[in-house]
Structure formats: structure tokens, C-alpha cells
Design a protein around this ligand. Sequence first.
Ligand code: SF4
Length: 456
Amino acid sequence: MSGHPEAAARFVADDAKAHWHDQSLWWVRKKRDAAAATVPDWEALRSAAARIKEHTLGRLADYLEEFEKNAVRSGAKVWFASDAAEHNAIVHRILAERGITRLVKSKSMLTEECHLNPYLEARGITVTDTDLGERIVQLRHEPPSHIVLPAIHLKKEEIGELFHGELGTDKGASDPKYLTEAARQHLRRRFLEAGAGLTGVNFAVAATGGIVVCTNEGNADMGTALPPVHIACMGVEKLVPRLEELAVFVRLLARSATGQPVTTYTTHFHGPRPDGELHIVVVDNGRSAQLANDTFRRSLSCIRCGACMNTCPVFRRSGGYSYGFVVPGPIGSVLAPGRDVGAHRTLPFASSLCGSCSDVCPVRIDLHHEILAWRQEIVRRKLVPVWKRAAMRLLAFILRFAFLYRLGAWLVRRMTPILPRAIVYSRWNVWGRQRELPPMPRRSFRALYRSRHGRA
Ligand code: SF4
């Protein structure tokens, strides 16, 4: 089965694009740093967010009950789904009972996780993703490659070509303003035709029964203001106790995600609009099991800001698709094995364990520790290749004795210059293959060795 290394190798085969991807995300990371620096109590905010999440997750059942009671009181209908299949069936039932065949949808990683779009489309419902990045990848029949920047892997020229074919824009046009305007006109029709709007939920407030949706394009607001039915899908972990706690997360989210002080639209929904319906679908889909696991429960605190992806040297250089999971990057490397450790066993190794992800995480998830814990678990379950286990055992043995370590280092120093070039630059050199080796020396290794060791 193809894992992260093989998919990453395909991504880096286009060297120029891989560098461009790396630089684009690093630019976002720098914006995040600048935004964080404007908040004097930034580190205290992160600590407060971590404590609030820990507290809320510790009393999740109570807060869920409180949230449901208050949401129902405000006129919403609350549904509970134990897994993706149940979630999809609930959404379909709401639409089918009302004869709705057109749905507009704002960004929701939960619906990606549940594969809602293909489920509905197979049942005759047209789903239009209305976030610009999501619409771009939808038109390409691809999933998002990043949780906040779904089309970050595409250059504007590629989008211009796509829009020329799909939306009839001028051939060769790649001006972002022109393309965005074309997308607006195209989406406007979809908004007007839709019978229902579906949104994700960034936060749900137990004390008020309200939900909060954060976007930059206003598409969630259009999608809920025009059609009469609003379906909001949320994971159980989206709860916060009160509005006071919500304020902490609102200050952290946009700064961590894109370096903005706040998302352009932060919309609070308390009950349906007049003459409308609001359905809130609360989904578990493996979250309770994660909560019960002491080692990995902190990763449930994730607010899906994407900061860990933007900073991760592996994500930036290998692209979101190399992870093969709905949430990529460091947090994906923790979440995916929790769903299916066999299928995603390579992901925890897609990390330098530099800890940069943990350093930027607004809710202080100890990501690199959790990634390391998964590696240990994967080794314990014997899911790594035999040759790798044998090599690790040998290394562990060597590291136990200082003299063996020194001997090994001495051997490496002496041997490297005389290793046949066929090995150093071949595909068998797994270590070197994935690094930027110095250019192939013009002189033979034999001559190099002789000159280094003072032999004529
Ligand atoms: S793990 Fe932290 S940094 Fe990564 S997406 Fe979640 S909240 Fe953001």
C-alpha cells in the first residue's frame, strides 16, 4: 500500500512547485507570527485556551446536555450521530423530507471527514461548495489539500485554466480579481437556487445553545440567509462553556490560521431565522474513543486553525495530499492512526519531531509528543518493516555503549568519501534521496579520498 513517503516523493518530483508550496505556507506562518506579536498576552491566551478545552472535554456530557437544552429552547432541532453513516443519513433525511435537491455548503471539515458530498450526490442532490478554495477543488474533483487553504497546492494559472473550462472565463486569464469575480457570479446563481444551506460549526456555546461560524468570504452567511433551511454539522468537541470562553478562541483562531486579527465574518446563530429551520447535527465519529485515550485525548482540543501545517517542514515540502487523510499535517498524523492505525502507519513518521507544531498550536496540543507516542505504538504493534526494526535495534544497541558510538562515527567519517557514488546517489540511499545532497563531485571518490588523506 502506498504511504506518505511514496506520495511525498511524487509531490517533490516537481521541484519548483514544491519550493513554491513551501514558501507560500511559510509566508502564512510569518503572518501568524506577526499577528501573535501584536497581542501582549498571547502566551497566556494559549494557556487559557488549553485549560478551557481540558475542562470542557472533562465534562463533555454535561455541556452537551446543556447545549442541547438551550439550542432547542431557541428553536433549533438537535440531532446526534454516532458515526459518519448516521450523520450522512440525517442530513439526507432532512433534505429528502422537504424535497430539497440543491444544497449550498460552506467549509466544513466534518462533512469532508464523513464524505457527505458523494453520499448526497449519489442520491440526486446537487451540492455546491461555496468557499472559493473548496469550489476550486470541487470542480477538479479533488479533496482539500489543507484545512484552511483548500487549494493552496494550485497556482493561479492552473485555476485560470480550470475556470476557462468550467466557468467560461477568458483563455489564459489568471488575474485573481477577475477569476474571483467569475466565481462570485457563478456561485450567486447557486445560492439563489438552493433549498438549504449547510455550514460547519467553529464553536458551540453550551450556556446559550448558539453556534458560531467563522468565514472570510461571507459564503456561510449567504448560504444561511437565502435558503429557508440551515443545517449545521459539528463534532462534539466544538463546545465551549460560555461566551466568555468563546472570546479566548475567537482571538486565537484567525491569528493562528491566516495572521488576521479576526475572521471577516464571525456569525452567531441563535435559533432559526424567521420562517426558517435550523438543524444542528452533533457528530461523534470516533471522538469518544479518542477522549477515552489518555495519550491522545489532547488532540481533541484542535480548533482546526491549520497553523501546525503552515509551520511543519514536512507538510510544507510534501503537500497535503501526501497524508491521504482528511486532516493532513501534524494534527492529521495524530488523528489518522486513531481511526485506522494500519492504513495510516506511515504518518507519524512524516515528522522531523522539531516541535514547531506544538510551539504554534493555539491550544497547546503537545503534537510532537503525540506523534512520538504513535511511533512507539506502531513499533509495538509491529507495523513497521522488518528491516527498519532491525536497523533501529542495531542503533539502540550502539547507542548504549559510548565506545561503539565513537567507533561508528569514526567509520562513517572514514568511509563516506570512498563509498561508491552508485550508492550515495542511487535510489537505495533512502536517507540521502530525500535530502538536498551536494552536487555530484566531478572528481571520482577515489581521487577525493586520496586528496583528503594526503595521498598523491
Ligand atoms: S493542532 Fe493546533 S495548530 Fe494544528 S490545526 Fe489544531 S489547533 Fe491548529
